[in-house]
Design a protein around this ligand. Structure first.
Ligand code: NAD
Ligand code: AHE
Ligand code: ZN
Length: 370
């Protein structure tokens, strides 16, 4: 079939909107009509050329929602008409990783996914002249139709709006999951969140759900303050307005250091500050941000010797087929909020505007509706 897609032809260039060829689903795969997709900073990370795994040409996008149109041979868990959210962290429920309760990082298809290919080692997308186009994070939601492995779709209820629940495909689950699944934040905790964007705000709403006493938000863009307060931030710190050492300032503000800190910036200097503002003896710092090729984290080992813990999280530690439908329920029940964070709705033709808004710090999430 033919479908319309935003194609990343070269690193650093705007996406090009064009018709592309899409082959139907093979065994164990499903064809999904994408109804809406968010634009996450990770898409920008790859578009810009900073991703060591970036491949071009490819169809980016990993925060989508849509409807199953067709299933390949042997597919049992979904059928045409089902509403689904694509999963960049699949859940096969059989691999060594899925069978270990300590991780959500299913590895069943990670090798081919990282090469922008389906599990059989081929791509379903091509340009009209036949040039192959790679998939991205196993999702490619910047196409109106995409093919996904069955283990990489979460079936969700039919009454949930696509233009909101697409965000559960990455940002919402990552932020809330980092608090609940990875950090396992206790009631009464004092916490610091670096970066009040599409992920950081969801960390904040996760912290409020978990019953944190203090939620300090840190961002160099003061325009992010109001939305963060809406979601539960108790104190705002703009590093550019702090006189003296930022770590010392945060340690004092939290009465000795954060029980939990979170990096949602992707900046390795910020990651160091996040670790060092964690409480001596027990503070844990969770890295969510994704850093460019070649960037490395560092700190004095003394920071860890004296009891701070450095950890990371992918997709908020969530097991997608199991947890994503529950998070959609939380949204529909009003337990969590999504709507205010979707600051812009665009057509596919306007997708590059979404990247510009992100760069200008004017959006939280721009969502493309097909
Ligand atoms: P975003 O652009 O919406 O938000 C980033 C925020 O960080 C902005 O508000 C920006 O002003 C702020 N910021 C930038 N530099 C800062 C600094 N030095 N100090 C304080 N604040 C600063 O991006 P996002 O979509 O929220 O993504 C955030 C990060 O999380 C990205 O690196 C993204 O790739 C990563 N991410 C990781 C996962 C995962 O599973 N680990 C999932 C989604 C996104
Ligand atoms: N390709 C990058 C890694 C990017 C990365 O860490 N991705 C996160 C999800 S970000 C979603 O917005 C992730 O799931 N990581 C686990 C994995 O297996 O990729 C690089 O640096 O090479
Ligand atoms: Zn993302």
């Amino acid at each position: 079939m033919r479908t319309r897609a935003a194609v990343a032809l070269e690193p650093g260039k705007p996406l090009e909107i064009m018709d592309v060829n899409l082959e139907g689903p093979k065994a164990g795969e499903v064809l999904v009509e994408i109804k809406a997709t968010g634009i996450c900073h990770t898409d920008e990370f790859t578009r810009s050329g900073a991703d060591p795994e970036g491949i071009f040409p490819s169809i980016l996008g990993h925060e989508g929602a849509g409807v199953v149109l067709e299933v390949g041979e042997g597919v049992k868990s979904v059928k045409p008409g089902d509403h689904v959210i694509p999963l960049y962290t699949p859940e096969c429920r059989e691999c060594e990783y899925c069978l270990n309760p300590k991780t959500n990082l299913c590895q069943a298809i990670r090798a081919t996914q990282g090469q922008g290919l389906m599990p059989d080692g081929t791509t379903r997308f091509s340009m009209l002249d036949g040039t192959p186009i790679r998939h991205y994070m196993g999702c490619s939601t910047f196409a109106n139709h995409t093919v996904l492995p069955e283990i990489a779709v979460a079936k969700v209820r039919q009454d949930a709006p696509f233009d909101k629940i697409c965000y559960i495909g990455c940002g919402v689950t990552t932020g809330i999951g980092a608090v609940i699944n990875t950090a396992k934040v206790e009631i009464g905790s004092r916490c610091v969140v670096f970066g009040l964007g599409g992920i950081g705000l969801n960390v904040i709403q996760g912290l409020r759900l978990a019953g944190a006493d203090q939620i300090v938000g840190v961002d160099i863009n003061p325009a992010k303050r109001a939305m963060a307060e809406h979601f539960g931030m108790t104190d705002f710190v703009n590093p550019n307005e702090v006189e003296g050492d930022l770590v010392a300032h945060l340690v004092e503000l939290t009465g000795g250091g954060a029980d939990y800190s979170f990096d949602a910036t992707g900046n390795v200097q910020v990651m160091r500050t996040a670790l060092e503002c964690a409480h001596k003896g027990w503070g844990e710092s969770i890295i969510i941000g994704v850093a460019p090729a070649g960037a490395e984290i560092s700190t004095r080992p003394f920071q860890l010797v004296t009891g701070r813990v450095w950890r990371g999280t992918a997709f908020g530690g969530a097991r997608g087929r199991t947890d994503v439908p529950k998070i959609v329920d939380w949204y529909m029940q009003g337990k969590i909020e999504i709507d205010p964070m979707i600051t812009h709705t665009l057509s596919l033709e306007e997708i590059n505007k979404g990247f510009e808004l992100m760069h200008e710090g004017k959006s939280i999430r721009a969502v493309v509706v097909y």
